[in-house]
Structure formats: structure tokens, C-alpha cells
Design a protein around this ligand. Structure first.
Ligand SMILES: *Cc1c(COP(=O)(O)O)cnc(C)c1O
Length: 224
């Protein structure tokens, strides 16, 4: 094994050993090579997150269906047709218009897409995601779309040097998740709470995350 593969395997092992077994570890693979993605899969990762449709396509062409593929970047509507073929879950649904487009393209290929509702928990103007007060209306609309299954919520949250500062945003997102869990809509079943990245996943798990998305902690720092 190469040094790269050894380092990645050690990082994956260390993190898998420290998170609860029911927490899904998604390897956030933006800018990584197929070899790096292969290395995390060899080390025991089964979920891979990609931010860009074209990059996902290149990686999936090499790595194939040895993993469950999560779209974790903002999805442009003109990329939906390709995205619904490539991904098993779209974590970044944040508008009724995008939901309509996903539903239409999934209907055309006879697929039902698992989605998470992305919440802009920090109300950051430069970030995507639905505002917390718009989430109920969005979920009610998506419930009427037969080719989409809403399975939870996702948030990025503001990034802080001290991850403890992210806790209130994770907590607020969990509260939305719990509120939505009490609703009974068709095509909606709240299973996944996706929050926490390399510097904040411990806090996110304490606040109820059962999906964490890690890049640098697994692969090392990204080239600038
Ligand atoms: C890059 C990325 C991550 C992982 O970030 P790290 O700080 O490298 O762990 C998680 N989620 C999303 C949506 C990302 O784009």
C-alpha cells in the first residue's frame, strides 16, 4: 500500500473507532481523486458525498457502485437530469422549484429519490438552504411528489474556529428535525439528521446528528 492509502486508512479507522456505530460517516470527496475515494472505501467507508455533478460522474465512472452516493453540494436545476441518475440521495433540497425538477426527472426514469431538506440554520445570506421558517411549507409541498422521499434534514451551519460555537445551530436544526418527525405526510419519514464536518462532528453528534460529512479529517487538507 502507498503512503497515501495508509494515511487514509488510518484516519478512517481512527474516526470509525470514535463515533457511535449508528452514525453514518459520509466521506466528503470534493477535489479528491478516484484513488483517494477508492482508499476510503477499502478502509470501510460506504457513503461518499460529492459537491459537483461532473466530478461525481468522473469518480463514479471509476469507483462504480461500491458506495452509496450523496449529493452534498448545491444542485443547479440544469444538472438535475444527470444528478438523479448518479446519486442515491440528494442532501441539499432547498426549494419547491428544485423539488419539482427532481420529481419530473425521476419520474422519467422510474426512480424515487431520497432527499434531505437543507436548512440554512445560520441565516447566512451567502449560503444555500431553506430558512427555518420556510421548511414546513417546503415539506408539505414535497409530500405531494411521488418520486421523492423526504428522509431528513441537513445543515452546514456557520463555520467557527471553535466548533462549540456551532452548537446552537445544530441544536436548532435538530429541533426542526424533531418537529417534522411528528407530522404525518405521505412520502415523508424523518430518519436522517446530517450535520457536522471535520472540525465540528463531535458537537453535531452530541446534538443528535446520525449522519456526519467529513473531508479533511479523512483525506487530509485540500490542496489550496
Ligand atoms: C466539504 C464539505 C464537507 C466536509 O468539510 P471538511 O471540513 O473538509 O470536513 C461537508 N459538507 C459539505 C456540504 C461540504 O461541502
Amino acid at each position: 500500500m502507498s503512503k497515501l492509502t495508509d494515511d487514509i486508512a488510518a484516519s478512517v479507522q481512527r474516526i470509525l473507532d470514535t463515533i457511535p456505530p449508528d452514525v453514518i460517516l459520509v466521506a466528503a470527496a470534493k477535489t479528491r481523486t478516484p484513488q483517494e475515494v477508492e482508499a476510503v472505501i477499502q478502509a470501510g467507508i460506504t457513503h461518499i458525498g460529492e459537491n459537483y455533478v461532473q466530478e461525481a460522474r468522473n469518480i463514479i465512472a471509476v469507483v462504480g457502485n461500491k458506495a452509496t452516493w450523496h449529493m452534498i453540494g448545491h444542485l443547479q436545476r440544469n444538472k438535475v437530469s444527470r444528478a438523479v441518475r448518479l446519486f442515491d440521495m440528494i442532501e441539499t433540497l432547498d426549494s419547491i422549484e428544485l423539488a419539482g425538477t427532481i420529481n419530473q426527472h425521476c419520474a422519467a426514469i422510474g426512480k424515487t429519490m431520497s432527499v434531505l431538506i437543507e436548512i440554512n440554520s445560520g441565516r447566512e445570506p451567502n449560503k444555500t438552504g431553506a430558512l427555518p421558517e420556510d421548511v414546513d411549507e417546503l415539506v408539505a409541498a414535497v409530500a405531494g411528489l411521488d418520486h421523492i422521499q423526504v428522509q431528513g434534514v441537513m445543515t452546514m451551519g456557520p463555520r467557527f474556529g471553535n466548533p462549540e460555537d456551532a452548537r446552537p445551530y445544530f441544536r436548532a436544526t435538530r429541533e426542526v428535525f424533531e418537529r417534522l418527525s411528528c407530522l404525518s405526510y405521505p412520502n415523508v419519514a424523518m430518519h436522517y439528521l446530517s450535520m457536522g464536518m471535520s472540525n465540528s462532528y463531535h458537537i453535531a453528534i452530541e446534538e443528535g446528528a446520525n449522519v456526519v460529512r467529513l473531508g479533511t479529517a479523512l483525506f487530509g487538507s485540500r490542496p489550496a
